[in-house]
Design a protein around this ligand. Structure first.
Ligand code: ADP
Ligand code: UDP
Length: 523
């Protein structure tokens, strides 16, 4: 398959905004003349110079090009010749060895060549070079008397420094984007299961225009070398990527807080969530077999909603749940948005409670600990209290209806937009009951992965007077965790929701990983 990495060969295609700052070569030295570069639509590299006429003339010219194949060919020939002329000019320039020489080199560089030269000489544009410019600037600024020549030099040096600094930053960013885009595109093209790779990337917000641009270049290159199969294959991938990107864009236009992709949701589950979905979500349904969105419907009005579910071709499907902002989206009412829900799982003593407290305080989550809710129920002296106490003493799991009801009530009484549910669901039955009763799924599952001996050590040192922190009950809890809780983690893993965090190390180190996770999720 054709592969092309154009990061180094096309340094100037980003159309950097800083061109506007660059004083033009013609008569600018000493005269402080600044000319803003204007891009000509049919001449993106600016090889033909600035447009000669106004807007109407440009439109005329473009129309003529579109109509007239001779004119188009002549124009393309002219572009090629100009490109070649510039290439030769560039090669003829001697690159100086010293910083002082390099300063003069850049001052003598034409504005349109700056991006190319920055890319070519990027390794030389290092800290010592910028320090050198800074020193020269300081000498002029702190001179006791300043001549007119020194004033001019100050202006040109400052303009150049600004352009180079911004240019280097833009160039480095472009390089990084391209390297990342290349890695991601390679991953998509090489993966054996493209659908799930794409979905994973969608979930991690990794599909962007840079990938598309790179893919386009590869398609063009494969086309040039007549690799028809590769072209067809890459165009298929392109269609899928484009659709996801379009959806993301739509989400942002709708003022959405986040885009959540739930894979494999069955139509029955969706139907049971109908009311909530209508209030909370924009739903796009797409056909997995096509590896792309076969059709999409905005589901925030009942009519679209019905047509969405009455269509049979969409199974199995991917539902893109675009959660609307409480303030900006949906019907705008206070009830129109359920909170973002994160389940926090991990063995007993893995540090769930400790980390949840920090997440709550740093990221504005309400912290609902299932264990705490149950212990509170015991101390409230309710009818169920004794039964719950007996179960906890034995390290078993309290019946789902009790726990889910406590969680549901606690969720109702919080107006937080983000909720952590700590230590729940403990088993598949818990999970199913939660989804049935609340009609919703978690947006995220954090799993703290900790070795058993570490968990035992922590629990025995917890010292909170808990009835279950003794070695006999701990052993039972660990067994229950292995047998019943791990399948829940596996279930959510298969749906791409689990973010595993290594729970060994200090509290601070673990929170570092948590912080990274939330940063990657744009919290
Ligand atoms: N990274 C850590 N290293 C050592 N001890 C920890 C760490 N994180 C938490 N602990 C301690 O371990 C015990 C269990 O932590 P906790 O957060 O209550 O776990 P869980 O909620 O998972 O049962 C507590 O005494 C807590 O202070
Ligand atoms: O959803 C839950 C959460 C907790 N528990 C019970 O409460 C105990 C303590 O749970 P907690 O999450 O407080 O502590 P951990 O075991 O994680 O240290 C568990 O062993 C269970 O007996 C339960 O039955 N269901």
């Amino acid at each position: 398959m054709a592969w092309q990495d154009n990061a180094a060969t096309q340094p100037n295609r980003c159309g950097m905004a800083w061109q506007a700052f660059w004083p033009r070569q013609c008569g600018w030295r000493g005269q402080k003349v600044y000319v803003v570069e204007i891009f000509f639509p049919k001449d993106p590299e600016g090889v033909l110079g600035p447009p000669q006429g106004g807007h109407i003339a440009r439109l005329e010219f473009r129309r003529r090009l579109d109509r007239d194949s001779d004119a188009r060919e002549a124009f393309q020939r002219q572009v090629r010749e100009e490109q070649e002329r510039r290439r030769q000019e560039r090669e003829a320039r001697v690159i100086p060895d010293t910083d002082a020489g390099l300063v003069e080199f850049f001052l003598d560089t034409e504005a349109r060549e700056i991006e190319v030269e920055i890319a070519r000489l990027r390794p030389r544009l290092n800290q010592p070079f910028f320090d050198y410019i800074q020193r020269e600037l300081a000498q002029i600024k702190f001179a006791i008397t300043r001549t007119a020549e020194m004033e001019d030099r100050l202006i040109e040096l400052e303009a150049m420094q600004k352009v180079l600094l911004e240019g280097v930053e833009a160039y480095d960013k472009l390089q990084n984007d391209l390297v990342t885009a290349k890695e991601r595109l390679t991953k998509i093209l090489q993966s054996s299961d493209k659908k799930s790779t794409l979905l994973e990337m969608v979930e991690r917000n990794e599909l962007n225009m840079s990938i598309l641009t790179l893919l386009d270049e590869n398609i063009a290159s494969a086309r040039t070398s007549n690799q028809e199969e590769a072209v067809a294959f890459m165009e298929n991938v392109r269609t899928s990527i484009l659709k996801y990107i379009t959806w993301k864009k739509m989400a942002s236009q709708l003022n959405c807080e986040s885009v959540i992709y739930a894979t494999g949701v069955s139509s029955t589950v969706m139907a049971s969530q109908k009311r909530e979905l209508r209030l909370w979500f924009t739903v796009a349904v797409c056909d997995l077999y096509e590896c792309g969105i076969s059709y999409s419907v905005r589901c925030d009005d009942a009519c679209c909603y019905r047509s969405c579910f009455s269509n049979k071709v969409c199974l199995p499907f991917v539902a893109l749940l675009v959660r609307l902002n409480t303030e900006g989206g949906g019907d705008g009412g206070a009830n129109s948005c359920r909170p973002f829900i994160a389940f926090v799982l991990g063995g007993p003593g893995s540090g769930k409670g400790t980390q949840c407290a920090r997440i709550a305080s740093d990221f504005g989550f309400a912290h609902l600990s299932a264990g705490d809710l149950l212990r509170h129920e015991i101390s409230s002296g309710s009818d169920k209290g004794q039964m719950i106490l007996d179960i906890i003493k034995e390290g078993r799991i309290v019946p789902s209806e009790i726990t889910v009801e406590l969680i549901r009530k606690a969720m109702e009484t919080t107006d937080a937009k983000r909720v952590l549910i700590d230590g729940f669901p403990r088993c598949e039955e818990n999970r199913i009951a939660f989804e049935r009763i609340t009609g919703t799924e978690p947006d995220l599952v954090i799993f703290f992965d900790c070795p058993e001996d570490e968990m035992v050590k922590r629990l025995l040192g917890r010292n909170q007077g808990r009835v279950d922190d003794n070695i006999e009950t701990i052993k039972k809890r660990l067994k229950v965790f292995d047998n019943l809780n791990i399948p829940v983690v596996d279930y959510y893993s298969s749906r791409g929701k689990v973010h595993k965090i290594d729970a060994t190390g200090t509290e601070e180190e673990i929170f570092g990983a948590v912080r990274n996770l939330f940063a990657s999720l744009r919290f």
